[in-house]
Design a protein around this ligand. Structure first.
Ligand code: PEP
Ligand code: MG
Length: 401
């Protein structure tokens, strides 16, 4: 029933107005799945290769589509994804493009779920997936590679850890986002939004900390539950490998100073989550920071691990972190993403499922987070391509409870 009988690939727009790859997968019994690849701006050095969409589509049509159609079963995700790997023939999807690969992989999963008549999270997670729902990490102020002339730290995130439901959590994040705008207005700071819908004011990081901290307290008082504070430092974007320093607008820090600075922030703001505090090549510095504050917060590797089990094994061996960011397009297939999550879980690492700065209306990551019992999902706070995932999470929780 889930035999794949047709795959269609096309270019569609992403949230930045750039082209990306969309895939439709059709099965013998009329099952249908559609998915689109997201795209990063602050990409990790070791990510699978995203090719220009027109090239990725042509290459996937030439090498992959013929191998899948008539031979692969959409209900058998590992088979679909291993055919994608074989069709590509490289170890980083540089032939067919990780963007074509991930779009086909996710569309096949949706087609499989469609035939089975199960929601995607149930198909991916199985009957015994657990009963938890992820806490949404919402990006309320941001800069770095996601907005010009804004904060050095890429993402100031809020994490409504005390929210009684997904719905309460999603609305709390939106409330903090809107309270931040009020506080910026009070201070006469004009601002637009960055790529992920976070406010992108031209202020320094210390003022951003003050404002987000105040907004979090105000919303906490209002909603009556605990809202945590987190960061994506995107350390690799700040790191200058020649001077071996982290370059901020107003200062420069060597690695020891960077570790001390982040540890201090963890204590001062009681941070519940810190992503990529250090450069993507510096496992040892990650390990030093994790040793210092890993019992108080999640130290999460995004550019460090790039959803790659080999890099995660290196990290586990060195105690480099205690959590991994999972972005399916960093590695190219859902199977690879699942393998990274499984390895993380076996080794006591938490998995945080994440969007990219360039997104579409695709909601696969909401299902992936529920299917794998991930404690957090990072998918913005506002903006159509972000609320697509957040609203899907609300629907999943509504259907599942
Ligand atoms: C979502 C992120 O940004 P990008 O998609 O630009 O890598 C991130 O760095 O976590
Ligand atoms: Mg990141």
């Amino acid at each position: 029933m889930t035999l794949i009988t047709d795959i269609r690939l096309r270019r569609i727009l992403d949230s930045r107005g750039n082209p990306t790859v969309e895939a439709d997968v059709v099965t013998e019994s009329g099952g249908f799945g559609r998915a689109a690849a997201p795209s990063g701006a602050s990409t990790g050095e070791y990510e699978a290769v995203e090719r220009p969409p027109a090239e990725a589509i042509a290459a996937a049509r030439e090498h992959a589509v013929g191998r899948l159609v008539g031979d692969a079963y959409a209900g058998n995700q590992r088979e679909v994804d291993s055919i994608l790997h074989a069709a590509d023939g490289t170890d980083d999807f540089s032939e067919i493009g990780a963007n074509s690969a991930v779009a086909i992989s996710m569309a096949a999963a949706k087609a499989g779920a469609d035939v089975l008549g199960a929601p995607l999270f149930q198909h991916l997670g199985g009957a015994f997936r657990g009963e938890n729902f992820p806490i949404p990490l919402g990006n309320v102020v941001g800069g770095g590679e996601h907005a010009a002339d804004a904060t050095d730290i890429q993402e100031f995130l809020v994490a409504p850890v005390g929210a009684p439901s997904v719905e309460d959590a999603v609305f709390a994040n939106a409330a903090v986002h809107s309270t931040v705008a009020d506080l910026l207005e009070e201070r006469d700071v004009p601002c637009g939004k960055g790529d992920e819908g976070a406010w992108a004011p031209s202020i320094d990081d210390s003022e951003a900390f003050e404002i987000v901290d105040e907004a979090v307290s105000m919303v906490e008082d209002d909603v009556g539950f605990n809202i945590g504070f987190g960061l994506d430092v995107a350390g690799a974007e700040l790191y200058d490998s020649e001077s071996e320093t982290y370059e901020y607008s107003d200062t420069s820090r060597d690695t020891d100073e960077q570790i001390a600075y982040i540890a201090e922030l963890v204590r001062e703001y009681d941070l519940v989550y810190v992503e990529d505090p250090l450069d993507e090549n510096d496992y040892d510095a990650f390990a030093d920071l994790t040793d210092e504050v890993g019992d108080q917060t999640l130290i999460c590797g995004d550019d460090l691990f790039v959803t790659n089990t080999e890099r995660l094994i290196d990290g586990i061996e060195r105690d480099a972190a205690n959590s991994i960011l999972i972005k399916p397009n960093q590695i190219g297939t859902l199977t690879d993403a699942f393998d990274a999550i499984e390895l993380a879980t076996q080794n006591g690492y938490d998995s945080v499922i994440s969007h990219r700065s360039g997104e579409t209306e695709d909601t696969t990551i909401a299902h992936l987070a529920v299917a794998t019992d991930a404690p957090f999902i990072k998918t913005g706070a506002v903006g159509g391509e972000r609320t697509a995932k957040l609203n899907e999470l609300i629907r999943i929780a509504d259907d599942a409870t």
